[in-house]
Design a protein around this ligand. Structure first.
Ligand code: 5GP
Length: 200
């Protein structure tokens, strides 16, 4: 049995990451999903413990100080963090884990999980990104403006990821994401027990 791989997906808000993630989970239902802690308020339809673990800033900072996060970052004025314990357990059990985190968190995971595969999802254009952010209709205008300003800065960081996926057409973008994931599962470091057993 191999170890689990960590597939890290980053994208500016509105790049269409959520749709791609849903397709990936549909095809590979055994994916473990890292549920982040966040201090932001739930959006309509979001469920605590499924989408995020919603918490207060005070509780978040206590957890951070106790070393409970594999990474954490301040994004758009709110704190987000990946809890370490469930992550370790899933990888040890051979479950692949999907991360939906920002570029600062991805940089930290690159250090703490050297075999993680880091994939950056790009929107087709800045105009399209803005249109998608507005059509979502869940965020206030000032939130949209902050996200647009941050999107350019985040996209500059795409250079040091392992892969980029341009989300212009869903079927093609998904094919690229799927290829990146399957390639990640072939890393020799995940298969040391197989190699050892073959050698005898
Ligand atoms: P949203 O508030 O739209 O759900 O997420 C905002 C941003 O926070 C997204 O870029 C998302 O990838 C990022 N994010 C979500 N969870 C985490 C986390 O645990 N750690 C980090 N570093 N970023 C996260």
């Amino acid at each position: 049995m191999r170890l689990g791989t960590a597939l890290v997906l980053s994208a500016p808000s509105g790049a269409g990451k959520t749709t791609l993630v849903k397709k990936l989970i549909q095809e590979f239902p055994n994916f473990g999903f890292s549920i982040s802690f966040t201090t932001r308020a739930p959006r309509e339809g979001e469920v605590d413990g499924r989408d995020y673990r919603f918490t207060t800033k005070e509780d978040f900072l206590q957890r951070r100080d106790r070393g409970e996060f594999a990474e954490w970052a301040m994004v758009h004025g709110n704190c987000y963090g990946t809890p370490l314990a469930p992550l370790r357990e899933m990888l040890q059990q051979g479950r692949d884990v999907l991360f939906d985190i920002d570029v600062q968190g991805a940089a930290q995971l690159r250090l703490s999980l050297p075999h993680a595969r880091l994939v950056f999802i790009l929107p087709p254009s800045m105009q399209e990104l803005e249109r998608r952010l507005r059509s979502r209709g869940t965020d206030a205008e000032d939130v949209i403006q902050v996200r647009l300003a941050n999107a350019r800065a985040e996209m500059r960081e795409a250079r040091w990821f392992d892969d980029i996926v341009l989300n212009d057409r869903l079927d093609r973008a998904y094919a690229d994401l799927r290829a990146a994931y399957l390639a990640a599962t072939l890393a020799p470091s995940l298969h040391t027990s197989l190699i050892d057993s073959l050698i005898g």
